[in-house]
Design a protein around this ligand. Structure first.
Ligand code: SAH
Ligand code: SF4
Ligand code: F3S
Length: 440
């Protein structure tokens, strides 16, 4: 009988895409997906180190696997991804129930290590980072659905001082244009209608002279690609040619994730973010001006070492200026090995917490205000699923990455339909399907 696997994935979309890659590798070896964690022969956890909280969640999951293994000692347990790299010693010394530890650049070795583990008692470990590995020729196993994640580059060379990613993921490298186009074409033929190009620094993509905007344009020209998104870009590499390509192609969504992190130039510099507050605000203005009805989301860190009340006030000022459509807000979390973890002028926890509450509250107002500005406008919506509230309504996303709920009419899942936005409530829009005759 075939052995079965179960994978749990934490962290960013890159990890989701990597887990699909690992599933592809396992299925090639004859493994089948297990119905549940409890019944799997091999359990993997794909891990994230970005903040302490992310690691804590993985540790508590590993505790659960330990219990499973006590009941069924033949189960194999594997730790994959970003924690593998930095925690291999801890895992090997303190968690003897872990059989396999593989870093993000070592997945090709999984079949080999799995079969070696059947005969050798010792844990199998490979956390080497590669300057070249992009898994160009491996095909991920995707669940049927709307969106296909396509990883186009890996690693990060930016070294923001707070961030562990350059250490867990290693150096920046890009995949070949042909490899990407082949994978997108295959995803389209499998019925995926939305393509999301992925990379830790997606717009630093460069392969044999082709830059990100050129790649984006090539993907937009592939037959049958209804929608394209990309994440996560760095503000430094949002170029005019990129905005032009986005404006030119209807199937490239009007949506940009523009991580601000902090508003004050002193803090930005200390974070090594390579842009100033003024540059960032002008960039956001330009995006809004060039791409009407664009959605801009952001990431904000509060309580970075040395952040004074007046530094923090500048974060609020930028938020008030840009009015992000949505924001992911985090308290600074020191990460071992990063430059910022050596700074000793830490902001007290209570202060971090109150700053976090303040940005969350402000963002709620901005999200609502931005959503209201879409009322009366007709948006093209990709129908994704039934609304949670009613089986007579669909939920789909507009170009700007906002959810809208509307009566089903004749629309079907995976259709792109015109919907007039009629109301903005909380974080959700409500709309009315415009039938084709009216739209024409
Ligand atoms: N490459 C992406 C971000 C990856 S991490 C980019 O540059 O946008 C996602 C987000 O986690 C970051 O944008 C940052 O806001 C947050 N983050 C990263 N390290 C952090 C830390 N040490 N403490 C708190 N938040 C952090
Ligand atoms: Fe981390 Fe900065 Fe690289 Fe993003 S750009 S992954 S925040 S180092
Ligand atoms: Fe986490 Fe690694 Fe992604 S640290 S955010 S899973 S790149």
């Amino acid at each position: 009988m075939n052995s079965s696997y179960f994978i749990e994935t934490y962290g960013c979309q890159m990890n989701v895409a990597d887990s699909e890659l690992v599933e592809g590798l396992l299925q090639k070896q004859g493994y089948i997906q297990s119905e549940s964690l409890e019944s799997a022969d091999v359990i993997f956890v794909n891990t994230c180190s970005v903040r302490e909280h992310a690691e804590e969640k993985v540790h508590s999951q590993l505790g659960r696997y330990d219990l499973i293994k006590q009941k069924r000692p033949e189960v194999l347990i594997g730790v994959l991804g970003c924690m593998a790299q930095s925690l291999k010693h801890d895992i090997l010394e303190n968690k003897p129930y872990v059989d396999i530890v593989l870093g993000p650049d070592s997945y090709r070795r999984l079949p080999e290590l799995l079969s070696r583990k059947q005969t050798i008692k010792q844990s199998q470990v490979d956390t080497t980072l590669s300057k070249f590995e992009v898994y160009d020729d491996l095909f991920p196993s995707r669940k049927e659905g709307i969106n296909a994640w396509i990883s186009i580059m890996r690693g990060c060379d930016k070294f923001c001082t707070f961030c562990i990613v350059p250490f867990t993921r290693g150096r920046e490298r890009s995949r070949s244009v042909e490899g990407i186009i082949t994978e997108v074409t295959q995803a389209v033929s499998e019925g995926f209608v939305e393509i999301t190009l992925l990379g830790q620094n997606v717009n630093s993509y460069r392969h044999e002279g082709k830059e990100f905007h050129g790649l984006l344009e090539s993907v937009a020209q592939i037959d049958g690609v209804k929608r394209i998104r990309y994440t996560s870009p760095h503000p430094q590499d949002i170029t005019d040619p990129l905005l032009n390509v986005m404006g030119q192609y209807d199937n490239i969504c009007n949506y940009i994730h523009l991580p601000l992190q902090a508003g004050s130039d002193t803090i930005l510099k200390r974070m090594n973010r390579t842009y100033t507050k003024d540059h960032f605000m002008r960039l956001a203005d330009k995006i809004r001006q060039k791409l009407p009805y664009v959605g801009i989301s952001t990431d904000i860190i509060v309580g970075f070492p040395g952040e004074t009340a007046s530094d923090f006030a500048e974060t609020i000022e930028v938020m008030n200026h840009v009015k992000f459509d949505s924001a992911f807000n985090f308290k600074y979390s020191p990460r071992r090995g990063t430059k910022a973890s050596e700074y000793d002028d830490r902001v007290p926890e209570a202060e971090k917490q109150s700053r976090l509450v303040e940005v969350i509250e402000l963002q709620k107002n901005h999200t609502l205000a931005r959503n209201k500005s879409f009322v009366g406008h007709t948006e093209s919506v990709l129908v994704e699923k039934e609304s949670k509230r009613s089986k007579d309504q669909w939920a789909g996303r507009i170009d700007a990455n906002k959810w809208v709920i509307f009566d089903k009419g004749l629309a079907q899942v995976k259709d792109i339909v015109p919907v007039e936005i009629i109301e903005a409530k909380g974080v959700t829009l409500h709309g009315k399907l415009i039938n084709k005759a009216e739209a024409a």
